[in-house]
Design a protein around this ligand. Sequence first.
Ligand code: HEC
Ligand code: HEC
Length: 526
Amino acid sequence: MKRRLRSGLSASLLAVAACVALHSPDSLAARAAQTILKETCQGCHTPEADNALSRISHQRKTPEGWLMSIARMQTMHGLQISDDDRRTLVKYLADTQGLAPSETDGVRYALERRLNTVEKFDDQTSQMCGRCHSGARVALQRRPAQEWERLVNFHLGQWPSLEYQALSRDRDWFDLARKDTVPLLAKRYPLDNPAWKKWLSTAPKAEALVGDWSFSGHLPGKGELAGVMSVTADGSDTFKVSVKGQYADGSPFNGDGSAILYTGYEWRGNVIIDGVTMRQVFAAQGNAMRGRMFEAEHDERGLDFVAAKQGSSRLLAVQPGYLKAGVETEITLIGSGLTGKPNFGKGVEVVEVLEQSPERLRVKLKAAANAQPGLRNVTVGTLKGPTLSVYSKIAEVKVVPEFSVARVGDGGGSTPKVQGRFDAEAWGKGADGKPYRIGVFPAQWSVEAFDDRAKEDEDVKFAGTMQADSGVFTPGDAGPNPQRKMSTNNAGNLKVIAAVDDAGKSLTGEGHMIVTVQRWNNPPIP
Ligand code: HEC
Ligand code: HEC
């Protein structure tokens, strides 16, 4: 397939401007990248004014987005490039043609590999572009109309059967894509955006991230954790990382690794925790890092992560984040610069400060028996942010994620199983009658057939096993199962049930999990 690769000007100016801030144009890495672009890309991508190349210079995207484009050049167009050169290019392109932090807001779940996210886009985008891959893949790119249109052309050219596929043949996909979707995308996700120019000129230097970071996290099926992540410089925009932490149940969370910073804030780390490689996908801005840390081989096993640089002042988390009226409980505040006096709002008394360091403040609290149910703003001196839930009675239990996908695996195949991992969230009813989130509670977990079909096919028996006390579901082996009707595989359609005990009363919540086949095509951005 031949495509016309034509030029445009605004983006090349942008690329030049970009070099100045995040990459001095004559830095070694920038020169190496420009040489690679010339030697490996220019054969097909036409040179344009201001050192630009057709197509390449007219798009901005995340490091993962650039990696996917170049990997696609290799698989679809026979591009030859070494892994080292590809790394150099991804770094350079993400730095000079990346996305501003505000441009990734709301769609970072795709980078963080939260694959159970149920996306919310307008109907047009979901139906036209969100049926084969995530809508986030689209929302994480910036292009002028012409480049969006070429992307549409590429889709139909590469997959001519697209228009006959289910969920596409209900409409004139190609015509609608060109006439409606392209203008919409060009307006919503334009190449030229003041936020990006501003970020290029204000992005802090990578050195600003060197130091000790106090962190807090939560791993579904395991609980909360906290600790310190030490970051030392190891080359330009690359770091050595050492993590020392502990779960609330006392088990350790320690390890070492490395990280690289793209685009001035896109932190990507690899840390080995107790022999298991975990990836870090964080947005690092100023004195805060936020994102997700997950196992490289099992991205469903991951924790929400927030960190504050030591020396700065920030209140990150309240662990646990709830307290029952009339009851005394120990609560730990995590952050940095926690030097002031803690306050937990109306009806909550600090009985005793058990431990206070700038990173940790452990207190014994008591909520009055008649304390009003609802959220309290927690403060330490002038620091604020997180809330504490006061409750007297749980009104409702929710299974999180409400809808999820687990996948069969192993069984002699090359793909590991994808587990289901759940939290039981308790919700209360506030004085105003409105529901409020109390927090994650221990629960007893089970699965049931989702419908009659699942019952008849004995999905509960074959699809996998739910660990009763942790909410971790391990699917069955991959491959046909002679014990099942027509030797089908261990797929299933299940209800996920959490039973939470509230003072002797059991409340249940229900979620939905599909156990399905392996994900064979698993690019960095789903
Ligand atoms: C053998 C020819 C060839 C080489 C070499 C090549 N490309 Fe491409 N590239 C294409 C073609 C053809 C298209 C348009 C069709 C498509 O998008 O696949 C394209 C499109 C692109 C696009 C636009 C994709 C999109 O999503 O719209 C980017 C970005 C890109 N190339 C980057 C690169 C980079 C970076 C290199 C060098 C590392 C490179 N290409 C090398 C042939 C090539
Ligand atoms: C028929 C299924 C299908 C539909 C519909 C679809 N895509 Fe794609 N899209 C793909 C596939 C397959 C790829 C290539 C994935 C890969 O390389 O791993 C892709 C890749 C992409 C990429 C990454 C390209 C790159 O190289 O950077 C973007 C961006 C994208 N699609 C946007 C869109 C938009 C916008 C729409 C709606 C107008 C859309 N897609 C509709 C299947 C689809």
